[in-house]
Design a protein around this ligand. Structure first.
Ligand code: FES
Length: 118
């Protein structure tokens, strides 16, 4: 079974910023020698934030529909299983079964219009 990683080395090119529509999120899967990493990036204008795709409630991937990580209004991250809600800024759960816990940050950065791991 492939090891599931919760961090990546810095400097991996992920995508051009324009791949993620403003106010939306996108799933990324990175295959590395050590195993497979699942994460997602939320874009708000020129700001990008990344999190490991693992809900602190039950340790499962958050979405049942590809790239569907946000509430309809786009202002919170939502887990599709039991409705946990997380702030985009810091990943803290502000509602649902894991209130007070937080998503694991996945450091990403934007330079020259390209998103890379940090
Ligand atoms: S697994 Fe995410 S809210 Fe239960």
């Amino acid at each position: 079974m492939t090891e599931r990683l919760t961090a990546t080395p810095p400097g991996i090119t992920l995508a051009p910023l324009t791949l993620i529509p403003d106010g939306k999120a996108r799933n990324f899967v990175l295959e590395m020698r050590a195993g497979r990493f699942h994460g997602f990036v939320v874009r708000q204008g020129d700001t990008v934030r990344g999190y490991v795709d693992r809900c602190p409630h039950m340790g499962v991937p958050m979405t049942q529909v590809l790239d569907d990580y946000l509430t309809p209004s786009g202002d919170l991250i939502a887990c599709s299983w039991h409705g946990a809600l997380f702030r985009i800024d810091d990943g803290v759960c502000v509602g649902g079964p894991c209130t007070g816990q937080a998503l694991t940050p996945w450091p990403v950065t934007l330079a020259d219009g390209t998103i890379t791991t940090a």
